[in-house]
Design a protein around this ligand. Structure first.
Ligand SMILES: *Cc1c(COP(=O)(O)O)cnc(C)c1O
Length: 357
């Protein structure tokens, strides 16, 4: 199997080897040390401001999306949320569910957020801004510098879903003034699914301490109390946390977050340069390094996904909803090499020869 989806993605040999071991008991000093190391490396790679803390939630990325809304926002807030695809839509639904007042900037799929989208909301009494830095469903990467400047001007609390962009696109939590950064184990962290990670700025910690969360499992006050001793309140996905530890150390030893981002950017470029030879149009004009979204001009995107899966053992990433027949995505995160892309390109060439595309 060759996996170019956007998660779960392919894991390194080291990460997979850890998955073959027995899962250890975790209320130990040794496991706490692993968790402290995970916290330090996540903060380093996110460029978290002084005084930030990290929470590891057992649950996929969506669990941390919901935890961020439940623990840092209330009915006293007025939130501006960017909805440019299925992950932006998820935030909209969460704000509705948790009865947090909001206004939505609805973008047509694949369209960048521009200054004119933000302009009507200047000085309008907003308190918070919620965005998916990379809207993975369309491949678009939002202009975080523009968003950050808007938030600073308007003194907004900033929640950033970096689930698919952490370790793939440059992100400086401190410089951007972001208050909550979210990621997940099965995207560029390239581990099995099961853990999501939140980095909380001092301002976020302040909000958490004042907010009553009506879900015990996702209560960040409880999580933060336990994290002081390197523990989680409930049994976490212990094995995945050990794999995350190995992966973070792997990245650190190989030159750190900049190197890892450069490696991903290189693969994205390698693929984008070569895919031009095929009858596909790029769907997003400012794509993340994590994924390339393409529109086939001669075949249904979903048929192409099925064909590659069933006949070549290659997984590209299908889209859902309105984009199902129109768009497919090719990921650049996880343990992938130029050779893997050569393999995919050879499959496209074969399909072209056979007249399928
Ligand atoms: C994958 C993803 C999510 C959702 O994560 P799950 O792990 O499937 O819950 C949320 N936001 C973005 C931007 C993502 O890429």
């Amino acid at each position: 199997m060759l996996n170019f989806t956007v998660g779960p993605v392919q894991s390194s040999e080291t990460v997979r080897e850890i998955g073959s071991h027995q899962v250890p008991y975790f209320r130990t000093a040794e496991f706490s040390d692993v968790m402290f190391e995970n916290e330090a490396l996540v903060k380093k790679f996110a460029k978290a401001p002084e005084g930030s803390r990290v929470v590891f939630i057992t649950g996929s990325g969506s669990a941390s999306m919901e935890a961020s809304i439940m623990n840092t926002l209330t009915s006293a807030d007025k939130v501006l949320v960017v909805n440019g695809g299925s992950f932006g839509h998820r935030f909209v639904e969460l704000l509705q569910l948790h009865q947090v007042p909001f206004e939505e900037i609805a973008l047509e799929a694949g369209t960048p957020l521009a200054a004119n989208h933000l302009a009507p909301f200047e000085n309008k009494g907003f308190t918070a801004f919620v965005v998916n830095m990379h809207e993975t469903s369309t491949g678009i990467l939002y202009d975080m510098d523009m968003i950050s400047a808007f938030c600073k001007r308007n003194d907004l609390f900033l929640i950033v879903d970096c689930i698919s962009s952490f370790l793939a696109d440059p992100f400086d939590m401190g410089a951007l003034g972001a208050d909550v950064m979210i990621t997940g184990s099965q995207k560029a962290l390239a581990c099995p699914p099961g853990i999501s990670v939140m980095v909380l700025s001092p301002r976020a910690l302040e909000r958490v301490s004042k907010t009553r969360c009506v879900c015990q499992y996702l209560d960040l006050q409880i999580a933060l109390r336990n994290a002081e001793r390197g523990q989680t309140p409930w049994t976490p996905a212990v094995g995945t946390l050990l794999q995350i530890n190995a992966r973070l150390k792997e990245i650190d030893a190989a030159g750190g977050v900049e190197k890892e981002i450069a490696r991903t950017a290189h693969l994205a470029r390698y693929f984008r340069d070569r895919i031009k030879a095929f009858p596909f149009k790029e769907f997003s004009c400012s794509p993340s390094n994590a994924v390339t979204a393409l529109c086939p001009t001669t075949v249904s995107a979903n048929d192409l996904f099925l064909k590659l899966k069933d006949e070549y053992g290659i997984w590209i990433c299908p889209n859902g909803g309105d984009l199902k027949e129109k768009v497919f995505r090719v990921g650049h995160i996880g343990c992938l090499t130029e050779k893997d892309y050569d393999c995919l390109l050879a499959a496209f060439a074969d399909l072209q020869k056979k007249g399928f595309i």
